[in-house]
Write a protein that binds this ligand. Structure first.
Ligand code: GDP
Ligand code: IMO
Ligand code: MG
Length: 433
């Protein structure tokens, strides 16, 4: 039996983490976010009702579960409270269920303006960020000047530190990026207007988690983004600014590695990416249109069309190592239903000299130099949407799953056959592993 389960994206995000976190919340007590911010978009369908969560953990739709935001998460107060009020309108009770670390850094309007101005200045080399100020707020954090929730407790200090940041950023915005300045007074007023509510939600969450574990509470750590967007392990610089991989849990919540029992790697049955950067198995034209339409591949945070491609086993193997993955969850299997053949990338070769490349590359230059080697497997051309038992899957779909298990050496414990909470096959409950 395991007390803690991490649910991590193994690709470039949007693997269906939100759906799986919501599904497994039934077996948990606490659901904890540990990094990222409202750049995330986690979609949950329950009886056709759609909810997209950006900052609040995906356990919130179960009425009696505790949702926690760890110190590694960055918070935009305005977006947090708008998400809270949307949930309240849907009759979700949040009373004594949502707790936020005082160590979270606050996203200010300066961060958002800088994020957008920098992307514009990058021109054709842009990263394709979500424009939510994520990069700039994490920069402040590392530079030891960010405003954290705890700083709201001392208003006089808050005024001083915000003034310093304000002068620094307005100088950049006006004199370097040639955009408008943002009035300090307005930013301060807005921040103060959220102060009481934010402080009411805040607490020592790392202690809560440790105490919870001691009382045998079951905990899900909900990853945001995906492993190849990790600031250290991803395709730098086409990454986000946090540690999206399982290592981020420890710094982002304050618990040690000893406490992590199981890591569930969520992998789409194919690949998608929003934003720019290398994508070895990327598809174009009709094949891309197929995944875009059948998989409804539109970004849940920015509404951008997601790029699509075949499943990349080389990347998946790397994710398995980086995250210490125990078992996999294969999502969106139903999206492959109409294909007569399916490609799986099982290796790379150098496109200049045709030499086989044995590992995932380390630099963008090397990523751009490789092309995939595919294994082709048969499609099933039957409907899998909504199937709940493994043995009810068509033979070829079971074969696809077996091939992925063989190639990675990791069991697929959970299979998702549709967007709804119940469109799920649970072969092994991670908490019972
Ligand atoms: P996340 O960021 O990892 O939580 O994923 P997103 O919510 O951004 O994107 C996943 C999308 O796929 C959402 O629209 C989900 O409703 C949908 N989805 C999740 N699992 C399945 C599945 O098994 N089949 C289908 N067809 N859609 C799914
Ligand atoms: P979820 O949790 C997919 C991508 C952006 C961009 C890069 C940097 O829903 O899987 P940022 O705004 O973070 O500085 O952007 O990261 N990105 C995501 N892509 N899913 C996400 O979250 C993402 N969050 C950020 O598109 O390429
Ligand atoms: Mg998403």
């Amino acid at each position: 039996m395991k007390l803690t389960v991490a649910i991590i994206g193994t690709q470039w995000g949007d693997e269906g983490k939100g759906k799986i976190v919501d599904y497994l919340t039934e077996y948990a007590d606490f659901i904890v976010r540990y990094q990222g911010g409202n750049n995330a978009g986690h979609t949950i369908f329950i009886h056709q009702k759609k909810t997209i969560l950006h900052l609040i953990p995906s356990g919130i739709l179960h009425s009696n579960k505790i949702c926690i935001i760890g110190n590694g998460v960055v918070i935009s107060p305005k977006d947090l409270f708008s998400e809270i009020s949307k949930l309240k309108k849907s009759n979700i009770n949040l009373e004594n269920r949502l707790f936020i670390s005082k160590g979270c850094s606050i996203i200010l309007p300066y961060h958002i303006a800088l994020d957008i101005a920098r992307e514009t200045k990058r021109g054709k080399n842009l990263i394709g960020t979500t424009g939510k100020g994520i990069g700039p707020v994490y920069e402040d954090r590392v530079a030891r000047r960010s405003i954290r929730i705890a700083d709201l407790e001392d208003e006089s200090n808050l005024r001083d530190s915000l003034k310093e940041l304000s002068d620094y950023y307005n100088h950049q915005l006006v004199h370097y990026y040639y955009t408008d300045s943002i009035p300090y007074k307005k930013v301060l007023q807005d921040l103060i207007s959220f102060k009481d509510e934010l402080l009411l939600l805040s607490s020592d969450v790392s202690n809560m988690i440790i105490q919870g574990i001691k009382l045998n509470k079951k905990i899900i750590f909900e990853g945001a983004q995906g492993s190849f967007l990790d600031i250290d392990q991803g395709m730098y610089p086409y990454v986000t600014s946090s540690n999206t991989t399982s290592g981020g849990i420890f710094a982002g919540t304050g618990i040690g590695p000893h406490y992590l029992g199981y890591v569930l790697g969520v992998v789409k049955a194919y690949s998608t990416r929003v934003g720019f950067g290398p994508f070895p198995t990327e598809l174009f034209h009709d094949e891309n249109d197929y995944f875009f339409k059948k998989g409804k591949e539109i970004g849940s945070t920015t509404g951008r069309r997601r790029r699509t491609g075949w499943l990349d086993i080389m990347m998946l193997k790397k994710s398995i190592i980086v995250n210490s993955i125990t078992g996999l969850c294969l999502t969106k299997l139903d999206v492959l239903d109409e294909l007569s053949e399916i490609k799986i990338c099982i290796g790379y070769k150098n496109k200049i000299n045709n030499n086989v490349v044995l590992d995932t590359p380390c630099s963008i230059k090397e990523w751009n130099r490789i092309i995939p080697i595919y294994r082709i497997v048969n499609g099933w051309k039957k409907k899998t949407l909504g199937i709940k038992k493994f043995n009810d899957l068509p033979f070829e779909a079971r074969e696809y799953i077996r091939v992925i298990e063989d190639l990675t050496g990791i069991p697929i414990h959970v299979i998702s056959t549709g967007p709804d909470r119940n469109d799920t096959i649970l072969r092994m409950n991670p908490f019972n592993f």
